[in-house]
Design a binder for this molecule. Structure first.
Ligand SMILES: [Zn+2]
Length: 389
């Protein structure tokens, strides 16, 4: 059974900006993106680290795809050389060619950066600058944590903080045209969001103001609930990072099952909530929510293309065995260089072709239904839910 989904465009539901500085890339930069911890300039001098990073499944599968796209031999030095030759000649054109090749319609871009000190930090990149260099339309996903920390830092007391925070959220939705808010609370205090009492929230405000600590759980739980409750009026969706990421994640509190108290609370049911990264590797837990609750969706980013293609097929099967295709969206978590977004779209189709072929073979779906499911996941759901452009 062979399926071909190349005709369906992709809307990338979760990605990050890259910068013009990547007109030229080094082998070292390439391999430093291909593992979850990254490699510092010093670490990259150790041959043991290079051997580790050079052969991650992610690094290899993207390199093999690039060798075909660039028409060169499948080794990293040749690929980097051929890539730089083309991107140096005309960088915009090169990015356009990549996005046309992968049939990418548009990107939803997380505008976040690391607002507190963490081991593996995400650099601040200007969303407006990125809009100018992106070959396709982009829409902003406003990260809550930098807006929260700015409101804490700039406020004179708790009331002033609440006011500043509320204004920043309204500004992101109305003036910065964000289509969703995203929380990385899984990297700060964990996903077990409770209902804090006001006194504890005020205490955490004072602690956060004095220390900018990550683990101020009460006030973080407070802002997650506050933003979710405002999403319908602001016409935005809500995104929650779930599952693995870099090493800073609160590992024993990043499984989407930790969201149970929050998601079963009817106060959250009017907001469309997207579990980002499919909760990888805890994919079945994420899928359960997307089946049992009418407002919960699963996004496939990071797993595609960070995990191996067969591994991503396995996990995507675990998602689609419970989550209806109308509640699943494609994403890449593309970062630093445009090739990750590009490879994500290509691998995303390949993964769905493999998984949905199994559904056809076992007569879960007929061939026509498998095509409809793929089209929904790759772009139709994002277009229907967000009306992004
Ligand atoms: Zn991301």
């Amino acid at each position: 059974m062979e399926l071909d989904f190349s005709e369906y465009p992709v809307i990338d539901h979760h990605s990050h900006p890259w910068s013009r500085e990547t007109i030229e890339i080094t082998k070292q930069l390439y391999i430093s993106i291909m593992n979850m911890g990254g490699l510092s300039a010093d670490e990259a001098k150790d041959p043991e680290n290079v051997a580790h990073s050079e052969f991650t499944p992610m690094g290899r599968q993207i390199m093999h795809l690039l060798a075909v796209f660039l028409g060169c031999s499948p080794n990293l030095s040749s690929v980097i050389e051929a890539r730089n030759k083309r991107s140096r000649r005309d960088y915009s054109r090169y990015c356009e060619d990549l996005f046309e090749d992968a049939n990418i319609e548009g990107l939803f871009v997380d505008d976040g950066y690391s607002e507190v000190s963490v081991a593996s930090s995400l650099e601040k990149r200007d969303f407006e600058e990125f809009e100018k260099i992106s070959p396709v339309p982009v829409r902003r996903v406003a990260r809550i944590e930098p807006r929260f920390q700015a409101a804490v830092d700039q406020s004179k007391d708790f009331e002033d903080f609440v006011n500043k925070f509320d204004n920043a959220i309204a500004f992101a939705a109305r003036d910065q045209k964000a289509i969703a808010f995203k929380t990385v609370i899984a990297y700060r205090s964990g996903l077990h969001v409770e209902k804090p009492i006001e006194e504890s929230v005020r205490q955490d405000y004072a602690i956060s103001k004095a220390t900018r600590r990550r683990d101020v759980k009460h006030i973080r739980d407070w802002y997650v609930r506050r933003v979710i409750s405002r999403c319908p009026e602001l016409r935005t969706a809500f995104h929650a990072h779930c599952g693995m990421g870099d090493v800073d994640v609160v590992f024993d509190r990043c499984n989407p099952s930790q969201l149970y108290e929050l998601l079963k609370d009817q106060d959250t049911w009017r907001t469309k909530i997207f579990l980002i990264h499919g909760g990888y590797p805890f994919s079945q837990e994420a899928a359960f929510f997307a089946n049992a609750l009418k407002n919960v969706y699963v996004d496939l980013s990071e797993m595609i293309p960070f995990a191996s293609i067969p591994g991503a097929m396995d996990k995507t099967l675990h998602i689609l065995d419970l989550a209806p295709p109308a509640r699943v969206v494609f994403g890449s978590d593309g970062i630093v260089i445009p090739e990750v977004h590009w490879a994500g779209a290509k691998i995303g189709r390949q993964v769905l072709e493999g998984v949905l072929a199994k559904f056809v073979e076992t007569e879960v779906y007929d061939e026509d239904e498998a095509h409809r499911a793929a089209n929904m996941i790759l772009s139709e759901n994002a277009r229907r839910v967000y009306r992004p452009w």
